[in-house]
Design a protein around this ligand. Structure first.
Ligand code: HEM
Length: 176
């Protein structure tokens, strides 16, 4: 196996472990119900971290397209940090809250589930994509970095923006 592809196995393994843990956390764990104020703030923090990821990603993309490599690196590391913090907040929130039921009726229902399901499916793909994109960049395999980043960038952006939309829809329509 070439040095370039040596990380693919471990990256897929780490991604699968994260996904299996999240699946268990959301659907099988008994939520440690809490009425603490700080837990109810977490969904807003999660949405803000998604907005930060999307903004850093956008600036990082424009930066590299204009030849600003240092700015690109800084923005992409910031986007990764915001997404990692998002994951921590998401895990803490779901430890207390379990899964969220969507109760609203009408046209918003199919719209919400389309956004939610596409968000979930693509978020599964984006974890290994981000790790591989970073790995190729760190190892200076810029040709592979550019090839995979063509997928990582739009999918990551979609997942971040739909994360904000899910939050906004839940806040505005799920008030029953
Ligand atoms: C996961 C986060 C990252 C994403 C999504 C990303 C995305 C991209 C994209 C879309 C391009 C332009 C590709 C093209 O023009 O076709 C690019 C190029 C580049 N990236 Fe990243 N990047 C990330 C992280 C990094 C990091 C951490 C570094 C440095 C350690 C880096 C260094 C570079 C360099 C040097 C180029 C230019 C390569 C060249 O033109 O030969 N990137 N990246």
């Amino acid at each position: 196996m070439s040095e370039r592809s040596i990380a693919i196995g471990p990256i897929l393994g780490i991604s699968a472990a994260i996904l299996a843990f999240l699946f268990w956390l959301i659907y099988f764990q008994t939520p440690a119900s809490s009425s603490e104020e700080w837990v109810s703030v977490l969904p807003t923090m999660i949405a803000c971290l998604n907005a930060m990821s999307a903004s850093f990603l956008g600036v990082g993309f424009i930066a590299i397209k204009n030849g600003y490599k240092r700015l690109h690196i800084g923005m992409m590391i910031s986007a990764t940090t915001a997404s990692a913090l998002f994951l921590v907040c998401y895990i803490i929130y779901h430890h207390y809250a379990g899964d969220t039921k969507f109760l609203a009726e009408g046209i918003i229902r199919p719209i919400y589930f389309f956004i939610l399901i596409s968000h979930i499916l693509l978020s599964m793909v984006v974890v290994p994509l981000i790790l591989l994109t970073l790995w190729f960049a760190i190892r200076k395999y810029y040709d592979s970095h550019k090839k995979i980043a063509k997928w990582t960038f739009p999918i990551w952006m979609y997942v971040s923006v739909t994360g904000i939309l899910v939050y906004l829809i839940l806040n505005n329509f799920n008030t029953v």
